[in-house]
Design a protein around this ligand. Structure first.
Ligand code: GLC
Length: 664
């Protein structure tokens, strides 16, 4: 359901290794490559790490010469455009297809019908068939994904929903009933209108489910047809060979409906946060997907029978393991359970990123230095060759070149920040960046409380004392989900703190706080190469992986972070001298929450001071109490400081002190 592609031009000419020739050709036509690149809108058909991971997979699969396909939806409006106003974040529909996009190629010959609603017809032989209902056509569009230094180019196939001409009621239209004449067309258009339509209403839920079935059904029909055509050139593939020729990998639970459609699948789970584990109301499912529900019931029945007959020691766990939760008040289908039960393997894989985009193309300066010192450019595809740089770590020439590459990336970043925010930042200050999805578990709040505390201390210092501090520019960016109130409050707080700190002549040579608006892949490609410290500070145990940390580390940025997700392995690779570790461990967290519940938590006075300073109105009159209150009290998810900001605050400040020293 999600691909966070970003721009295509630079990536394509980079992968073909023709940047120079391309730039020359453009310049003969009177254009600069950079200006042309800027014309392209980001394809933001995704939300965060999960969608970007899918896009990185595509790039890497193309580079590895795998005959892979990506399948998704051609959303008319992808992830919203974020505008920062006095009120905080405002969401605006982002029309990435406003102008013609040469990267999205329509395939008029590739169209499949997708059915919704309808009923089940029982045939005399007992077989069951799904018939009737509403049929929408899925039309294919292909986005080419070129591999790096290979002739292989694969496709991201995006489906668009359409009604057919027959569904247009000419009679009604000529009778002046324009809306009802085109009713099915309007309904079809809704399917691909937006990425993650709000699902608070029944209509919203139905639309989300329609999207999910639509992508699954169209993609599987496409896969099956291709299989059949390849097998005989005419039509009947040998089904027994299908599983050895085709592997279908579900990116999270969103395409779970592929299971009742086809069964043979593998599933990637991206998080265990309860709110992200999809559950669909059985009532809605029965209404829209009658036949699928029959099959899901059957899978559940067989699963329960298998456990009861062969895994009796697990029987007591069946209520939480089975697929259908038949709670009479709220019967739901647990999609992740269906995935786990139906997948053919179970294993852990560390996430990854595609190096050409996240180093070679976004930081040519640094890449050239690496290539020069390693005397090969093979590291683009064999990243472990980077360890070869270790022996130059103390070489003064290498250090100078490395530092100049970093500066070459910081300056355009400073320029960009000035353009989009009006805030002038000092390129020689420490560039400290956090660009995770705005979420309480990612703890942007910890970051901003730290900045607030730093500001307060700077204010209390004498001018002489300030001169001994390490000047810092704290940048935070990313979008808050439109209905996630606390996340939006965090965005507002970062902006309000920035407004006060940045215009305070006493301290603003030593601290700037910037909210980078409308973060997307292209902005990331500029921020990450210019970073020196990056914050990956989630509550231990809550981040499944995190992938931006990999992009930062690859660009020579140090990390301040907790022992969580991919941080654990990154720290092993980059060494603990390059990783400023702090905070509770995942094993500690439950006990710390218990302590909190029992009133045993004694907050660090610095934590109290930072909160009090915000409550005093130092950053404006907006009511931050609900946000700050979420870190008070004793109990509950989202209350009583479930995310342990209070507990980790002191060790966070200590780690930041080590950062300041190291930077000097
Ligand atoms: C989700 C997870 C994140 C992970 C990403 C890709 O966004 O929250 O931890 O890195 O998916 O798997």
């Amino acid at each position: 359901m999600e691909f966070l592609q970003g721009r295509a031009l630079n990536n394509a000419i980079g992968n073909l290794n023709i940047q120079g020739a391309y730039a020359d050709a453009l310049s003969k036509l009177g254009h600069e490559l950079e200006d042309i690149v800027e014309q392209e809108k980001d394809a933001a058909l995704g939300n965060g790490g999960l969608g970007r991971l899918a896009s990185c997979f595509l790039d890497s699969m193309a580079t590895l010469n795998l005959p892979a396909w990506g399948y998704g939806l051609r959303y008319r409006y992808g992830l919203f455009k974020q505008r920062i106003t006095k009120e905080g974040q405002e969401e605006i529909a982002e029309d990435w297809l406003e102008k013609f996009s040469p990267w999205v190629v329509v395939r008029h010959g590739v169209v499949f019908p997708v059915r919704f609603f309808g009923h089940v017809q029982v045939n005399p032989d007992g077989s069951r068939k799904w018939v009737g209902g509403e049929i929408v056509q899925a039309l294919a569009y292909d986005v080419p994904i070129p591999g790096y230094k290979t002739k292989n180019t694969i496709s991201l196939r995006l489906w668009e929903a359409r009604a057919s001409a027959e569904d247009f009621n000419l009679f009604q239209f000529n009778d002046g009933q324009y809306e009802s004449a085109a009713q099915l067309h309007t309904r079809a258009q809704q399917i691909c209108a937006v990425l993650y339509p709000g699902d608070a209403t029944e209509e919203g839920k139905l639309l989300r489910l329609k999207q999910q079935l639509f992508v699954c059904s169209a993609s599987l029909q496409d896969i099956i047809l291709r299989f059949k055509e390849r097998r005989t050139g005419k039509g009947s593939g040998k089904w027994s060979e299908f599983p050895s020729k085709v592997a279908v990998q579900l990116n999270d639970t969103h395409p779970t409906l592929a299971i009742p459609e086809l069964m043979t699948i593998a599933y990637t789970n991206h998080t265990v946060l309860p709110e992200a584990l999809e559950k669909w109301s059985q009532t809605v499912m029965w209404k829209l997907l009658l036949r699928h529900m029959e099959i899901i019931e059957e899978i559940d029945k067989r699963f329960i029978a298998l456990i009861s007959s062969s895994w009796t020691d697990l029987e007591s766990m069946l209520p939480s393991m089975c697929i259908l939760d038949n709670d009479p008040k709220k019967p739901v289908v647990r999609m992740a359970n269906l995935c786990v039960v139906s997948s053919h393997t179970f294993q852990n894989k560390t996430n990854g990123i595609t190096p050409p985009r996240w180093l070679r193309f976004c930081s040519p300066e640094l890449s050239n230095i690496i290539t020069k010192w390693l005397k090969t450019d093979q590291w683009f595809t064999k990243l472990d060759q980077l360890v070869g740089l270790r022996k130059f770590a103390d070489n003064a020439d290498f250090q100078t070149e490395w530092a100049s590459a970093k500066m070459a990336n910081k300056q355009p970043l400073a320029w960009y920040i000035l353009q989009v925010t009006g805030v002038s930042i000092d390129s020689s200050s420490l560039f400290d960046i956090q660009v995770n999805r705005i979420h309480e578990y990612k703890r942007q709040l910890l970051n901003i409380l730290g900045a607030v505390y730093r500001y307060k201390k700077l204010k209390e210092m004498s001018p002489e004392e300030r001169k001994n501090t390490t000047p810092r520019t704290v940048m935070v960016g990313r979008k808050a989900f439109a209905t996630y109130t606390n996340a939006k409050r965090i965005v507002k707080l970062v902006n309000d703190v920035g407004a006060v700190v940045n215009s305070d002549p006493e301290v603003n040579n030593y601290l700037k706080v910037v909210f980078v608006p409308n973060y997307n892949v292209s902005v990331a490609e500029m921020l990450i190469p210019g970073s020196e410290l990056s914050q990956h500070i989630s509550t231990a145990g809550m981040e499944a992986s995190g992938t931006s940390s990999m992009k930062f580390a690859l660009n020579g940025c140090l990390i301040i972070g907790t022992l969580d997700g991919a941080n654990v392995e990154i720290r092993e690779e980059i060494g603990d001298e390059n990783f400023f570790l702090f905070g509770a461990t995942a094993d500690d967290s439950p006990r710390l929450r218990k302590d909190r519940e029992n009133g045993l938590f004694k907050p660090d006075p610095r934590f109290e001071e930072a909160k009090k300073f915000i409550r005093s109105g130092a950053f404006g009159s907006y009511d931050y109490n609900p946000l700050l209150d979420s870190m008070e009290g004793n109990t509950g998810y989202g209350r009583g400081d479930y995310f342990l900001v209070g507990h980790d605050f002191s060790s966070y400040l200590d780690a930041q002190k080590r950062v300041d020293e190291a930077y000097k």
